[in-house]
Design a protein around this ligand. Structure first.
Ligand SMILES: [Zn+2]
Ligand SMILES: [Zn+2]
Length: 130
């Protein structure tokens, strides 16, 4: 890395991602730029008012709300489909929710994200959504 000019002036680590923004970010990582110029007096371990703040809770809140909303809709769609077996469209909608929530739980497991942090605790798609 000695001849690589893309070294962050704040943390002295190589800049690999966002290289095209190296000069824009004052020769820093984006996260270093954020903490240097945008995060203000906030403790670095706490999110600031910037919605893109890497310590912010926006994304976490989004995922929690999304998990709750999609689970609620899936359970309602499944209940409706079970009570209206002749309704092929309702069966398809319920099956779609089953596929999506199964994928969400599989991905959460792959990323070691606890299901309760997504408001999906106790959900068994095979049992609850088929
Ligand atoms: Zn840096
Ligand atoms: Zn911030």
């Amino acid at each position: 890395m000695a001849d690589d000019p893309h070294v962050c002036v704040r943390c002295n680590q190589p800049v690999v991602v966002n290289r095209e923004m190296y000069e824009v970010f004052e020769r820093m990582h984006w996260v270093c730029f954020h903490f240097e110029f945008e995060h203000g007096e906030h403790d670095p371990d706490v999110g600031c008012a910037d919605p893109s703040c890497p310590m912010g809770a926006t994304r976490i809140n989004y995922l929690r709300d999304l998990g709750f909303e999609i689970r609620s809709q899936a359970e309602a769609a499944t209940k409706y489909a079970r009570n209206n077996l002749e309704d092929g469209f309702a069966q398809g909608v319920a099956r779609g929710y089953y596929v999506v929530l199964s994928l969400m739980l599989d991905q959460a497991n792959a990323f070691a994200i606890p299901p309760d942090s997504l408001r999906l605790e106790g959900l068994d798609p095979e049992r609850d959504l088929l």
